[in-house]
Every structure is written in structure tokens, then in C-alpha cells.
Design a protein around this ligand. Structure first.
Ligand code: SAM
Length: 331
């Protein structure tokens, strides 16, 4: 029988069950709110290998991690990422393996992802207008993204959640259309408040709160808006659509902090285990991975990273950029 191992628990009693793994800090899009103005990628040698990622996930799964989401950068630009999906889906204890992607390469990979054990996808979609898409994504094309979504549906990588970052003056006028698009495909669209994570977009001028969105007539025409009970008023909640198909989710990392319920850690592509999205506090796991040290050193670094998880994360943004923008941390 396996020895029972202490579950990962931070110093405020929060149980850690969810790990986001950034497999690369590179992306084929340059979304203004996510990527910094200058390029500063990690070198190939700095990035964790698949074996190293699997080792970290394995040790954390033994300590109670059940949910893993692959992200980036864009996870599908990492060479052979499908192989990593296969490795992680075979790890005992991992019940929910998913990916966040911009979907631009999904038509090519959807089947292999499914075959290798990926359960479901979150897909970024901020706009349905080609010109707006090009400008928000730094030159990306909308058509392959929409084709990627259809491929994911065909392959059964469901339920699909669309991530739509609310951007004042950019996509505010399209939210109802995006709800209709999601509803027609029985998907959930999640509207996300803009976080000040990159110097590529002026946060103050583009922030819109979820509260403001929920007051809008075009949204209320489509969404069964009600105030969720206190206990459910966390970062994210989903409301049914009046059409009867699909849902709308609302994520308010800025206006309604939910740190008390945070159960997640993030592994950056260069091996830093980060306990809080806005707090620049992380523990470098590479000393225990290179050369492959013994597991006790790795476990002690993991425990240390969990122990320093702050009670609350505070966003500080000077407008001068951050050492780690979202593209580097993994959203
Ligand atoms: N490349 C993939 C993609 O586009 O979905 C995965 C990585 S991306 C960093 C993950 C998610 O983070 C996306 O859904 C994106 O919209 C969200 N994101 C990035 N920067 C953000 C910000 N400043 N505020 C809110 N959400 C952000």
C-alpha cells in the first residue's frame, strides 16, 4: 500500500489542489494585455524538460494536486507538447488535465491532444472582429482560431470555456455577440476583468468591472442575472443563458478578490514555483532538478513555495512593466 503523504497546505490552512504549468514563455500572438513591449524569452536551456515537468507534477500529485492546466505563452508552440500531455495524463492522482490555448494551432493538434488524455480546453477569444483581433493579438488572424474551436468541438475536447478579457473601448460592444456565439455552440464564455500584468496596454484606460457589465441591458437580455449566494461569490461564477444553451461566467480578480479560496500554484516554464499571481514570490525548483537531485530536496522546495503563499495577492503596477508579465508566468 502507498504511504499516506501530507497534503500540501499553506500557512493559512488553504489546501493546494491545482497546478498551472506554463510549458513555454513563447507565443505566436502578442496580446497587448499579456505580453510586454520588448521580447525577453528564456533560452531553451532554461526551460524545463518534459521529464522535469512530469517529475514536479508527480511529486505534487502525491501531495494532493488533482487538477493540472497547461498554459504559457502558447502551449501549442512548444515542440511535441502532445507527448507531455500523454506523460501527465498517466500520473496517478491527476483527475483533470486541461489546457488554455489561443486555438490558432488547434485544428492541427485537437485529435492528438484528445488521444493523449487531455480532457478539456479553455480558449481565449476576446473579439469576433478580424481587425480588432489583429490589433489585440499583435497581428494574429481570427480565422484559424475559429477553425480551431470547431476542431475541438468535433474531437470532444469539451466542455469548452472561452476566455474573454474585458477591454474598455476595444471589445465592449461585442460582448452580446460573443455570448450568442458561445450559446450556439453550447459553450461557456467567461468574461475576465483586465489585470495590470503588462506594459503593452494602459490598464487604467481599459479596465471594465464585471459589476458594470452585469448592469447592461444587452447582457441582461441574454443572461439570467442574479446575485449568487455569499458562499458562491468567489472569483468566478457562471450564470445560465436565457437561450437555454451555454453559460456566461464572470471572473473578477480586481473588483472581488478571492484569495481566501485560492487553491492553486503556478509552475513557470523556467522552473519557478509561484504561489500567487500578482506577488513576485517564487521558489526556484531547478536546483533540485538539475542535476536530478533526490526527491527529498524537490519536495522540500515545493513545501517551501507553498508555505510562503501570501494571504492576499496585491496588484501593484507602476506602468513601467513587470519582470514577469502574464506571458512569463502562465495565465
Ligand atoms: N496562449 C494561451 C492563450 O492565449 O489562451 C494561454 C496563455 S494566456 C496567458 C492565458 C489566459 O490569460 C488567457 O485567457 C488570457 O486572456 C489571460 N490573460 C493574460 N493577460 C491577462 C490580463 N492582463 N488580464 C486578464 N487576463 C489575462
Amino acid at each position: 500500500m502507498d504511504a499516506v503523504k501530507e497534503p500540501l497546505c499553506d500557512s493559512f490552512g488553504r489546501k493546494i489542489t491545482y497546478l498551472r504549468v506554463s510549458v513555454t514563455d513563447r507565443c505566436n500572438h502578442r496580446c497587448t494585455y499579456c505580453a510586454p513591449l520588448g521580447e525577453n524569452h528564456k533560452t531553451r536551456a532554461e526551460i524545463l524538460s518534459f521529464d522535469e515537468i512530469a517529475r514536479v507534477v508527480g511529486r505534487m500529485a502525491e501531495r494532493g494536486i488533482t487538477k493540472v492546466r497547461l498554459t504559457g505563452g502558447e502551449p501549442l508552440v512548444r515542440k511535441n507538447v502532445v507527448e507531455l500531455v500523454g506523460m501527465l495524463s498517466g500520473i496517478k492522482g491527476i483527475e483533470d488535465l486541461s489546457m488554455t490555448t489561443n486555438a490558432s494551432l488547434l485544428s492541427r493538434f485537437a485529435r492528438a491532444l484528445k488521444e493523449n488524455g487531455l480532457k478539456r480546453l479553455n480558449i481565449s477569444l476576446d473579439t469576433l472582429k478580424e481587425d480588432v483581433f489583429r490589433s489585440v493579438s499583435g497581428g494574429g488572424e481570427l480565422r484559424p482560431v475559429l477553425e480551431g474551436i470547431e476542431a475541438a468541438i468535433r474531437e470532444g475536447l469539451v466542455p469548452i470555456k472561452l476566455n474573454c478579457v474585458l477591454l474598455r473601448g476595444i471589445n465592449e460592444d461585442e460582448l452580446a455577440d460573443i455570448i450568442d456565439y458561445a450559446s450556439e455552440r453550447d459553450m461557456t464564455v467567461r468574461f475576465i476583468e483586465l489585470m495590470p500584468m503588462s506594459d503593452g496596454l494602459d490598464w487604467k484606460n481599459h479596465f471594465v468591472s464585471i459589476e458594470d457589465i452585469l448592469k447592461r441591458e444587452d447582457i441582461r437580455k441574454r443572461v439570467d442575472v442574479y446575485a449568487p449566494p455569499e458562499k458562491d461569490r468567489m472569483a468566478a461564477y457562471s450564470l445560465p443563458l436565457k437561450s437555454g444553451k451555454g453559460k456566461a461566467g464572470f471572473i473578477s480578480p480586481m473588483s472581488n478578490r478571492f484569495c481566501h479560496a485560492c487553491n492553486r500554484m503556478r509552475l513557470t516554464s523556467d522552473g519557478k514555483l509561484r504561489s500567487c499571481l500578482p506577488a513576485d514570490m517564487d521558489v526556484d525548483l531547478r536546483p533540485a532538478l538539475r542535476p536530478a537531485g533526490d526527491d527529498s530536496e524537490l519536495i522540500s522546495l515545493i513545501t517551501k513555495a507553498v508555505a510562503i503563499k501570501p494571504e492576499m495577492g496585491v496588484y501593484t503596477f507602476t506602468g513601467e512593466g513587470r519582470e514577469r508579465s502574464m506571458i512569463h508566468i502562465g495565465g
